[in-house]
Design a protein around this ligand. Sequence first.
Ligand SMILES: Nc1ncnc2c1ncn2[C@@H]1O[C@H](COP(=O)(O)OP(=O)(O)OP(=O)(O)O)[C@@H](O)[C@H]1O
Ligand SMILES: [K+]
Ligand SMILES: [Mg+2]
Length: 679
Amino acid sequence: MSSLLEPALLKQASLDSLRKLHPRDVARNPVMFVVWAGSLLTTVLVVKDLVAPGPDTTPAWFTVGVTLWLWFTVLFANFAEAVAEGRGKAQAGALRKMRRDTFARRLVDGREEKVSAPDLRKDDLVVCEAGDLIPGDGEVVEGIASVDESAITGESAPVIRESGGDRSSVTGGTKVLSDRIVVRITANPGESFLDRMIGLVEGAARQKTPNEIALHILLVGLTVVFLLACVTLVPLALYSGVRLSGTAVVALLVCLIPTTIGGLLSAIGIAGMDRLLRKNVLAMSGRAVEAAGDVDTLLLDKTGTITLGNRMATELLPLPGVRMEDLAEASQLASLADETPEGRSIVVLVKDTYKMRPRELQAHQATFVAFSAQTRMSGCDLVDPHPRAIRKGAVDAVIRYVESQGATVPPELRETAARIGDAGGTPLAVADGARVLGLIHLKDVVKGGIKERFERFRAMGIRTVMITGDNPRTAGAIAREAGVDDFLAEATPEAKLALIRAEQAKGKLVAMTGDGTNDAPALAQADVGVAMNTGTQAAKEAGNMVDLDSNPTKLLEVVEVGKQLLMTRGTLTTFSIANDVAKYFAILPALFLGVFPEMQPLDIMGLTSPYSAILSAVIFNALLIIALIPLALRGVRYRPLGAAALLRRSLLLYGVGGVLVPFIGIKAIDVVLTAVGLA
Ligand SMILES: Nc1ncnc2c1ncn2[C@@H]1O[C@H](COP(=O)(O)OP(=O)(O)OP(=O)(O)O)[C@@H](O)[C@H]1O
Ligand SMILES: [K+]
Ligand SMILES: [Mg+2]
């Protein structure tokens, strides 16, 4: 928070609060618009009194004082918003600098040409080698490289980006450290991740959330009620002989309408997004941040989210009666054209461990059958020397494939597969035609420190469910190791989607974290969809948040920020409304005391004069906004208590406090005004 008080930021915010006096800006906030219009009116009245003094006996210190402090009220609210936006703007400036003009090596018909990065269009192919800045967002279509993404994530350790699989997306502005990749550009100029990030931190893309809209309606309602109350005061005052100037009526109105929460509302929302950004989470909408505060269920995919995601082949396990060479050859043929990390690791294993050199696929007139999340198999069809269909894939998928050809599988297959699964590995079955040859053991590692974090989800009352395309044995082993509450195995993208819909139908708010293209529909359907930055472009576009650290338990922090945002807004609303009601009872006796001495018992505050009472209230009202800016930006302290207990606590603290504080504050200002001889 210290950086919030940087002189440069505060100076910029002061200038911005003047700029925000423009009617176009003020009109977005109905409560502040009323104050703005009131200030304009009292200014006119002051000028009128100067030009043509009437028989009116209202003292000038009162009309001028009220007018000045009404303007301050608007400025302070503008200042709150400007300070909240300030940090984002500074960050956007830094990001813009990063988007300096780079050159791209575009591939056209296999030849390279040098073009400037902004000239790149979707689907262009570019080459990047060690030392090159990646010229735009895209997907690696060829090769593997280590990339420095610190410019975007702030994390200095290089990351691996490779074609196929779920780690293929690259971000413009990041730097290739080693090797050579070919990237297919996926974003037109102006639509890149960096552009979106700049838009977000500048607040350009910020829209009011449903909760904010509901609160706005309440605030507008209260404003209208108090407007009517103040208007009816005028005939009442006339009738009872109280002199009530236009300035006094406006001042009274501003004191009564909910200016505190009205002035701080947008700052609270911006600060919430900003807090998330500092945790390296990009929230595409405030709505998602709010939803995160109420999440009941968290779904996570396994590979790449709970585990590191580079599943590697470690062993070939032939069935009884099958020669190792035959299994190795079939595994290799089924993987030569498979660009997924799994596929490539199989080719490497066969070459290194079983000393078998890769074959020329063309020589066999082979057609490659690519992996899909639906079939959960991949392989190739050969014509030469005789037609063969070689497949590898999830064990149940391969069994179904073999049985559909009328063959049966030996029981050893399921036994060995179960053993691999129980060790947390993924078994891939390999079949040559209708004959199953054996298994490939793919190994993956659970990310560190995850178990303790999942325990914290449990303490918060959030249920964690792992969903994976993998088999139940592997899923169960990984689920136990990671400490999730439940798991769903052999899930197709449709099954993931159906699970989310079922939870939502039960009235639950669902968060989902994932990284793969097959997670994209689920990420889009979830109320909070957090995509890993390491994930595919499709996943990042489907979700409403991106975690730059690719940490599946980052949702803990997101939930805390969401809860804090909701609590801050709730408590400041309670405080603001309690305050305004109290002010009503603080000022009214002072106003009418002269005419109705019967009100004496109500006048507990003993303010010097009706004029000083009103001016004190206006000053107090304005200062309150300034005083509460730090709380609005920092947020109220988050405590892992139940919702009911939290509500009781905050209602007590901020409701009762809200009633008491104005009496003390207004009295103190009245004493000061009297002491300096104004009142
Ligand atoms: N390249 C491949 N060729 C053949 N089969 C594969 C290949 N990659 C994965 N499989 C099999 O398909 C299954 C489903 O893979 P998919 O990518 O849909 O889900 P997953 O990555 O295991 O799970 P998650 O949804 O947690 O990422 C895997 O468990 C594995 O058995
Ligand atoms: K007020
Ligand atoms: Mg996956």
